[in-house]
Ligand binder design. Structure first.
Ligand code: PLP
Ligand code: COI
Length: 340
């Protein structure tokens, strides 16, 4: 029986569910892993995650489809990206097929927390890994824990599909040859001061620039960015220092193959921002959140789509993506993993 939760109003907050998956890495290998109802982790004071932030994570969602199934969206790509994160952080890779199996187990064990179709809510899954054994010299730990918890979520931004306002940040998110392209916890820790400042100034998000030249648009703290030109081309920043968003990759495919639009991944200059018709943030949590205003050091750029609703192309992209995720529109082969 689906839980009695006010699905339409839950926002993007942690709600404890019944089961989470846990697997330990010791003596060079992963154990089989199991589900547990215990949400508490007991760690040594010198655990690698606590001292040197050796941790990475993923985010994906389970959806209730129009015909009552429960599905996940492209979990194999999260498994692959987590492998890439682990390699960069000198952590042991959790086998990608086992990752997908564990996602399935966690969704099944918490099936009553999958929000009903049509509520706009979904079950967010948070796979993560951290160094659990002692370190004191700066080096990788010997032992690790991989976990997945689930929590039902609503829209990341209050107001759902209402356009947000963003500022160009004076802080850098990722260095050339650094860790911007992986999902390391440290990338998020360093963004907290910047986001608190942005919120205090009345903005919903930060647009980070490339830290090498500070002339190009990169991404926000938790989403990639797409722009739509006046002739309806969908473009997105090309950079080695942004996270390769699964949502963005999917949207670019949808734009081209479902909507017949031209797409391009290229460097986007700060100076070009005034030229676009639409802009939106994309990610698992953000889905596709329209941007209405961009503040560049006091100079305000108003997107022609305005602060009241999504632009036309953003809306088409949004509806097609949600349609694919909830089974209303046929998905490309391999995009949907049916859980139940
Ligand atoms: N960029 C950052 C920094 C993120 O944290 C996320 C969220 O995962 C994204 C982009 C979007 O990626 P995805 O679409 O795979 O969720
Ligand atoms: C996600 O979209 O899954 C993320 O990890 C981003 C974060 C803002 C929740």
């Amino acid at each position: 029986m689906t839980k009695d939760i006010d699905w339409a109003n839950i926002g993007f907050n942690y709600i404890k569910t019944d089961y989470r998956f846990v697997s330990n890495y010791k003596d060079g290998k992963w154990d089989n892993g199991n589900l547990t109802s215990d949400a508490v982790i007991l760690l040594d004071e010198s655990a690698g995650v606590l001292q040197y932030a050796q941790t990475c994570f993923e985010g994906l969602k389970a959806y209730r489809t129009v015909d009552g199934h429960v599905v996940c969206f492209r979990p194999d790509l999260n498994a692959k990206r987590m492998s890439d994160s682990c390699k960069r952080l000198e952590m042991p890779v959790y086998p990608e097929d086992k990752f997908v199996e564990a996602v399935e187990e966690v969704v099944k064990a918490n099936i009553d927390f999958v929000p009903p179709y049509g509520t706009g809510a979904s079950l967010y899954l948070r796979p993560y890994m951290f160094a659990s054994s002692n370190v004191i010299g700066v080096k990788p730990a010997q032992e690790y824990q991989f976990r997945i918890f689930a929590t039902p979520v609503g829209p990341y931004f209050k107001g759902g599909a209402k356009p947000v306002s963003v500022k160009i940040s004076d802080f850098d998110r990722a260095a050339p040859h650094g860790t911007g392209h992986i999902k390391a916890g440290l990338n998020y820790a360093m963004s907290l001061h910047a986001i608190v400042q942005a919120h205090n100034e009345g903005f919903n998000e930060n647009f980070y620039l490339d830290s090498a030249t500070r002339t190009k648009i990169e991404e926000t703290g938790g989403a990639n960015i797409i722009f739509v030109t006046n002739d309806k081309k969908v473009i997105t920043p090309k950079s080695n220092t942004i996270l390769p968003s699964i949502t963005r990759r999917s949207l670019m495919y949808v734009a081209e193959h479902y909507l017949g639009l031209q797409t391009e991944e290229r460097e986007i200059l700060l100076d070009e921002l005034g030229n676009f018709a639409e802009c939106a943030l994309c990610g698992t949590a953000a889905v596709l959140s329209p941007v209405g205003k961009i503040n560049n050091h006091g100079k305000e750029i108003l997107l022609p789509s305005g602060m009241d609703e999504m632009g036309e192309v953003t809306k088409q992209l949004y509806e097609t993506l949600i349609g694919i995720q909830t089974g209303k529109i046929e998905a490309p082969a391999g995009w949907i993993k049916v859980i139940e």
